[in-house]
Design a protein. Structure first.
Length: 95
């Protein structure tokens, strides 16, 4: 994968436009909720990621939801998963 600033996010956002209405965007991983880590392990993992690159780190669930909604997706179904991870299922809304 490319380094921060290599255009990966823009490429990913462009690919999302290919999903038809009703298309599924599925995300899995650790998220902060309300800006707070959901476990001591996730807090340590976030710290380690940011020590390697300040642009990395665990994302805030609310920020991810807002970004998805800005790009034509409805609110997600949120599934609690093992190890303090979440699965997020977004559906693309009709244009």
């Amino acid at each position: 994968m490319g380094e921060s600033g290599s255009g990966k996010s823009m490429s990913a956002l462009s690919l999302l436009q290919l999903l038809p209405p009703g298309g599924l965007l599925f995300l899995y991983g650790p998220y902060h909720r309300g800006g707070n880590p959901t476990s001591p392990g996730n807090e340590a993992f976030d710290r380690d990621l940011r020590a390697q690159n300040a642009a990395w780190g665990i994302r805030n669930l609310e920020d991810v939801v807002a970004l998805a909604q800005q790009h034509g997706f409805g609110p997600p179904q949120v599934f609690e998963m093992p190890a303090n991870n979440l699965s997020l299922a977004f559906r693309r809304l009709p244009a």
